[in-house]
Design a protein around this ligand. Structure first.
Ligand code: UDP
Ligand code: MG
Length: 326
């Protein structure tokens, strides 16, 4: 066992970093995060989650782990996706304040001292908000914007605009967040759902340092569907009212047809309108079934009650065994 005076309990800060194919950038990331965290002058650990990387990320992380006792490592059994990798890291974080940051240096670690200052003034959730989006196409900016607006209008949770997962959480906010064990994890929405006094800190987002983003438009679209279906039943309501609207329209249209036939006889045109109505109704029905299916699929996934992730290996940081810097 270690010496008693050295057993100083959990660190003040935990930095949680999901990593997927980050072998090129991870050393530089660790150098920069260490500089910033050391500058805070209090005990800290960093929990790296290897999310089933296909490159040498795990080897790089193991090297970091053996060189620096502040490093903790959680190796997932396969790739589970960023949101779940992040959750795994949060489950393993022991700090009083927990900082969530990407490994690709798009979230500049130099913003962390500002997050900490706001946390110290009594906020539970300090999120970093992008001032500008460099290195991103107008299409990505536009779609992102539209998504935030839709979520705000129909989602029932207020998602702060231009905000990713880069943020600081107090221990009580994190404990609350960890109560939410749903499989379809739309983290931005979950963060917002938790509530607690929240505050934004503005920063400039940099283009990726190394490697390439694993997000393409298909994955972003799926993320948006996740956000909508996870937080609102609005699409189901829209389907209901669409059905109601179409039914009402058909009633009048049908009535008008019957009347016309009675008054003027049947001159058998009608084929185009018949086709139009049949195709339209078929489309509406398929779409509505699809919407119901989206929700049903999610219910199916949740009822299986599988664990969120599987850990191949978890090595905690050694911070609590070190003499404290405080
Ligand atoms: N990431 C992960 N699992 C995945 C995809 C990404 O852990 O399946 C990590 C990745 O290593 C990075 C962060 O999540 O630290 C953000 O990923 P990325 O930069 O690709 O996304 P973007 O910045 O475009 O949102
Ligand atoms: Mg990124």
């Amino acid at each position: 066992m270690f010496h008693e005076t050295q057993a100083a309990g959990p660190p003040v800060f935990s930095v949680v970093v999901p990593c997927y194919n980050e072998e090129l950038g991870i050393d530089e990331f660790h150098r920069r995060i260490s500089l910033v965290m050391d500058g805070l002058g209090r005990s800290w650990e960093v929990v790296y989650v290897n999310d089933g990387s296909a490159d040498g990320t795990l080897i790089r992380l193991e090297a970091l782990r053996s060189a620096d006792p502040a490093v903790g490592l959680v190796n997932l059994s396969r790739n589970f996706g960023k949101e779940i990798a992040l959750t795994a890291g949060l489950d393993h974080a022991r700090g009083e304040a927990i900082i969530v940051i990407d490994a690709d240096l798009q979230d500049p670690p130099e913003v962390i001292p500002e997050l900490v200052t706001v946390w110290e003034s009594g906020y539970d959730m300090v999120y970093a908000q992008r001032r500008a989006r460099e290195g991103e196409t107008w299409l990505k900016k536009f779609t992102a914007n539209q998504f935030y607006r839709t979520m705000q209008r129909v989602g029932g949770v207020r998602l702060p605009q231009n905000t990713g997962d880069f943020r600081l959480l107090s221990r009580r906010a994190l404990d609350a967040l960890l109560l939410l064990r749903e499989h379809h994890r739309f983290m931005k929405g979950l963060f917002a759902w938790v509530g607690f006094p929240s505050q934004a800190v503005l920063y400039d987002r940099a283009p990726r340092h190394a490697g390439s983003s694993s997000w393409n438009y298909w994955r972003l679209w799926n993320l948006a569907v996740e956000g909508i279906t996870g937080f609102t039943l609005m699409p189901l309501k829209i389907a209901t009212y669409l059905g109601l609207g179409v039914a009402l329209f058909s009633l009048f249209f049908g009535g008008q047809l019957v009347l016309r036939t009675l008054l003027f006889g049947n001159r058998v045109p009608g084929y185009p309108s018949l086709m139009a109505v049949v195709l339209f109704l078929g489309g509406v029905q398929l779409m509505t079934l699809g919407v119901i299916g989206e929700y049903l699929g999610r219910v199916f996934n949740e009822t299986k009650k599988r664990p969120l992730y599987l850990v191949e290996r978890a090595i905690p940081s050694q911070v609590s065994l070190l003499p404290q810097a405080q």
